[in-house]
Design a protein around this ligand. Structure first.
Ligand code: SAM
Ligand code: DTB
Ligand code: SF4
Length: 333
């Protein structure tokens, strides 16, 4: 099996049946297996610390049923146009001071357009890169040329989530297709940018849907370098406002299965930490999560602040991962 042109035992040929068998193991057995894979392939005890900033908030044309930023739902989100470069850099500096090594800028866009705002985002990418942070963006769909321009500006990673399985997808989003999503991921990959793609649980999907999404991610030609696992943050005014909260065991099952399928990938315990206590988060780290978002806000919803997370790191003996660390090292064991 080759990945990055190297011989490794990283598999991209998982079958649905194999994934189902892993996902459905007794949960404690699953955690032990994932912890073993984690130990073999990752520096256990190291957690990547990322910070999000919404550089353009709300007013989005899409109908993503979970999203507080879709213009068609009344969520009371504080809509604003593209931030100024200085505001973004000030926020990036604060993130760095708070111990963050990756700074991710999000825009409530359906897709990138070749206009002045994109030029400004390219400047933001340059500016944040100059601060020595890994820069990530999540701006919606991008074409090949736009991905290349982002890469030239110094973009390190691009986030574009599959969100759910192909089967469940049209119950959540109707204004763009699963293939559109895969196309963007492909464009990002071709431009040589690190791929960040995962999804959300708690959207009313079945276990089969969760397994299906993991199947798509783990059978891409090359695994994403990072896979965010978000728990739905139900926001009042969205169609999913009354969805029940996902249990920690569902998060653990998702994270552990992702870890076993994609051993070298950073698995991010993303949205939903605000509702989890330290014990629950510890279970997720044990199951193979090795990345989080810090800072008091995700894009529009609350998140534990730097101090709370510092206390959690101290308690659990975790340390922040250094920036620009090779994400797909050749296997040495
Ligand atoms: N507009 C761009 C897009 O859709 O790709 C970028 C921003 S969008 C808010 C980024 C991701 O945030 C979504 O794909 C989704 O996975 C996640 N997200 C949005 N709202 C969420 C919520 N309420 N709970 C959990 N995750 C959410
Ligand atoms: C990801 O998978 N989760 C982040 C990031 N990528 C862009 C976003 C979570 C958003 C949660 C809802 C909000 O704060 O608006
Ligand atoms: Fe728009 Fe992105 Fe929210 Fe969908 S997830 S409504 S594309 S901001």
């Amino acid at each position: 099996m080759t990945q990055n042109g190297l011989n490794t035992d990283i598999r991209t040929d998982w079958s649905l049946e194999e994934i189902k068998a892993i996902y459905n193991k007794p949960v404690l057995e699953l955690i032990v297996e994932a912890a073993n894979v984690h130990k073999q392939y990752q520096a256990t005890g190291e957690v990547q610390v990322c910070t999000l900033l919404s550089v353009k908030t709300g007013g989005c044309s899409e109908d993503c049923a979970y999203c507080p930023q879709a213009a068609r739902y009344n969520t009371g989100v504080d809509v604003h146009k593209l931030l100024q470069q200085e505001q973004v850099l000030a926020s990036a500096r604060r993130a760095k001071e708070g111990g963050s090594t990756r700074f991710c800028m999000g825009a409530a866009w359906r897709e990138v357009r070749d206009n002045r705002d994109f030029d400004k985002v390219l400047d933001m990418v340059k500016g944040v890169n100059d601060l020595g942070l890994e820069v990530c963006c999540t701006l919606g769909m991008v074409n090949e040329y736009q991905a290349e321009r982002l890469k030239e500006a110094g973009l390190y990673a691009y986030n574009h989530n599959l969100d759910t399985s192909e089967e469940h997808y049209d119950k959540i989003i109707t204004t763009r297709t699963y293939d559109d999503r895969l196309g963007t991921i492909n464009n990002v990959r071709k431009a040589g940018i690190s791929v960040c793609s995962g999804g959300i649980i708690g959207l009313g999907e079945t276990d089969e849907d969760r397994i299906g999404m993991l199947y798509t991610l783990s059978t891409l030609e090359q695994h994403p370098e990072s896979v965010p696992v978000n728990a739905l943050v139900p926001v009042k005014g969205t169609p999913l406002e009354n969805q029940p909260r996902v249990s920690v065991w569902e998060m653990v099952r998702m994270i552990a299965t992702a870890r076993i399928l994609m051993p070298k990938t950073m698995v991010r315990l993303s949205a939903g930490r605000e509702q989890m206590d330290v014990t629950e988060q510890a279970l997720c780290f044990l199951a193979g999560a090795n990345s989080i978002f810090t800072g008091e806000k995700l894009l529009t919803t609350p998140n534990p602040d730097f101090d709370q997370d510092k206390a959690m790191f101290d308690l659990l003996g975790l340390s922040p991962r250094k920036s620009f660390k090779e994400e797909t090292l050749p296997q040495t064991v």
